[in-house]
Design a protein. Structure first.
Length: 316
């Protein structure tokens, strides 16, 4: 008679499950990576503890009794569930699975980031990915609240509880391929004095720095179109509406041949940052992606220096 409160060991159930699946003690031993005597002992313990005969031997195989069939159905989900958990742990240890959560400002989100994430994912086929493009202030909120682990945004920083990796990106002038100024390798405010500009909003860092440069050169800045996305600015350039100051991400990952890009002097940089939470640790996948992201972004840095975390004094 089975005692109430009887405690069955999971290893016993696992051995029983493997014998049913393989039909032999040898097969169960191979499946679980333990000895045949070990499997036999676990089965004997289970039969003794339950008071049930679980197998009949027929032509060299162990055939489950009706009681064993019922027990197998009851424990199948449990055993397979633990197998899945074990594999998930192995995948996480090997960084083959996990959940990558990344948010990016718009100029990087249409080319650079999808390409980077695709490369990173090649050796992680089971990794789940959450990627979103959004305005920089919202990205900082998302990382702060834990909705995303890693964010790429534009400066300034709005919150102290973020670990910040600053990145200064060179900008260039985009102009229609038929614009006569395309013959110049470097453009200046003086060369651009008669050009109509397509710009971001007046408070955007690129708009402010562009105004300052033109004022310092005593050249009027002629603005024709204001928009809110770098991709929109480039679309107007392609239609011959004017020229625009854009970062490298918006230019180098757009393969339309209706525009060209030229260096601008004096150089204007766009200040960006990779941000993570300063109060929550990154997942294993997050840590590895962050390292990969920082390495891949180094060639885009206007300073040419490795990208390191900003100190508390630098933030303030």
């Amino acid at each position: 008679m089975i005692e109430r409160g009887m405690k069955l060991r999971f290893r016993q159930l696992q051995a029983f499950h493997a014998i049913v699946d393989t039909g032999t003690v040898t097969g169960a031993a191979d499946a679980l990576g333990i000895s045949q005597p070990g499997i036999s002992n676990l089965l004997a313990e289970l039969e003794r503890q339950t008071g049930l005969k679980l197998f009949e031997r027929l032509h060299g195989r162990l055939v489950p009794t009706p009681e064993a069939e019922l027990l197998h159905r009851e424990i199948d989900t449990v055993v397979r569930g633990l197998d899945h958990v074990t594999q998930a742990v192995v995948d996480l240890q090997n960084k083959q699975a996990g959940h990558l959560q990344v948010a990016s400002q718009h100029s990087m989100s249409f080319g650079f980031m999808p390409k980077l994430i695709a490369e990173f994912s090649k050796t992680r086929p089971d990794m789940n990915i959450s990627f979103q493009s959004q305005y920089s202030s919202k990205i900082q909120e998302w990382v702060l609240s834990g909705l995303f682990e890693i964010g790429i945004c534009e400066m300034p920083m709005l919150y102290d509880a973020l670990t910040v990796y600053p990145l200064h990106i060179e900008t260039k002038i985009a102009l229609h391929k038929d614009n006569p100024l395309a013959r110049h390798e470097v453009l200046t405010p003086d060369l651009l004095r008669d050009e109509s500009f397509i710009v971001m909003g007046p408070e955007h860092i690129t708009s402010r720095r562009l105004r300052n440069v033109f004022e310092a050169a005593e050249v009027p800045l002629r603005t024709r179109v204001h928009s809110h996305l770098f991709k929109n600015l480039l679309s107007f350039v392609k239609e011959g509406m004017g020229v625009a100051l854009l970062d490298r991400f918006g230019l180098e990952f757009d393969y339309d041949d209706r525009f060209v890009a030229r260096r601008f002097e004096p150089q204007i940089t766009m200040d960006m940052a990779i941000v993570t939470s300063a109060t929550r640790p990154l997942s294993l996948v997050g840590k590895e992606f962050l390292a990969y992201l920082l390495e891949e972004l180094e060639p885009y840095s206007a300073t040419g220096a490795p990208i390191g975390a900003m100190s508390k004094s630098e933030k303030t």
